[in-house]
Design a protein around this ligand. Structure first.
Ligand code: UVW
Length: 323
């Protein structure tokens, strides 16, 4: 960070839009509170053909380029502990009837695949979502962990906005930005309306780029993902639209550094920490986008539940879309 880079507070303002306290002092769900039974039924109305799409990327690919990760994280380390080889030597467990089986273990970054961030995953000025003390994250996430999101489950009407297709590109360029006005323009062009309480799913083509490029060194050089970029108006739009959940096919859901201030991931703070919007990252959206483009239907039933990791800062997820 250069000396001239402003602080998160300077960028977002002393009076940044906030939903703290809106659902009480103990809330750990934020805008997911908007997704009640009525929203589930609204989502169901968008199921027409019965097609199912699963949005998780492959986890633990051994062939190049491996799994896309935020710099500093590592992909899953999966290891067999039991397989047919176990019975090659003596001392293997014997079961009545001759049962053999395979088991494996895994060491994973909870944010190392398609995942939900816990609402407490990022913070500034010593406070996380709803005003919880950042010290509550030490050693384990005591407040606003991923568990409440996992317990509730996320079900509602989803809408896909394909910014890459709208801009006539296979994928956006490094650092390319867009905002809520671009989302609305793309929605108009697609013939769909972004409605209040929609799970907002945005395709940039960035996951396709990761796999097609097949060159992690180029991908991570001058690492700057494309994505939504901060403005107060954009944050107010999210608040007004009561967006419960933002899902994208990038590793961090927003342009990596905001071009004007140079601050990293201000929307994580503005949307997740201040408004309580749930973030879902690294989603595979290309198959869904192709199906939506083919018949012009861009809304669907979205359903997801991350793993119930107690005190987790996030957890892997395989969201399901039914259209
Ligand atoms: C960070 O916030 C650093 O990562 P993520 O992409 O998991 O939100």
């Amino acid at each position: 960070m250069s000396d001239s880079t402003p602080s998160m507070r300077e960028v977002l303002g002393d009076d940044a839009p906030s939903n703290w306290g809106k659902w009480g002092p103990d809330d750990e769900l934020g805008c997911l509170n908007y997704l009640d039974a009525g929203e589930v039924l609204r989502g169901v109305q968008h199921v027409r053909s019965g097609e199912v799409f699963t949005l998780q990327i492959h986890m633990g690919r051994t062939e190049s380029p491996g799994d896309p990760l935020w710099p500093g994280r590592e992909g899953i380390k999966r290891q067999n502990v039991m397989d047919e080889g176990t019975w090659d030597g003596d001392g293997a467990p014997q079961f009545p009837g001759g049962l053999h089986y395979a088991d494996d273990t895994a060491l994973i970054f909870l944010q190392g695949s398609t995942q939900y961030d816990a609402l407490g995953h990022v913070w500034y000025d010593g406070k996380l979502w709803n005003g919880y003390d950042a010290r509550s994250t030490v050693e384990k996430m005591d407040k606003a962990s991923v568990l409440p999101i996992a317990e509730k489950g996320v079900v509602g009407r989803g809408v896909l906005i394909d910014i890459a297709r709208h801009r006539g590109k296979e994928y956006l360029a490094k650092g390319e930005t867009f905002d809520h006005t671009d989302l609305e323009a793309a929605a108009r062009a697609q013939g769909v309306t972004i409605e209040p309480h929609d799970v907002l799913v945005i395709r940039t083509g960035w996951m396709k780029y990761w796999y097609e490029l097949d060159d992690p060194e180029t991908f991570y050089t001058d690492f700057k993902e494309p994505g939504l970029t901060y403005s107060r108006e954009l944050v107010e739009w999210f608040q007004r639209m009561e967006v419960p959940n933002l899902v994208t096919d990038t590793i961090a859901n927003e342009v990596t550094t905001e071009p004007h201030s140079g601050v990293a991931l201000p929307l994580h703070c503005a949307l997740m920490r201040n408004l309580g919007v749930a973030l879902t990252e690294i989603a595979w959206l290309d198959d869904l986008a192709d199906a939506c483009a083919a018949d012009g239907r861009w809304s669907f039933l979205y359903a997801a539940a991350p793993l119930k990791v107690v005190n987790g800062t996030g957890a892997p997820v395989n969201p399901i879309v039914i259209r």
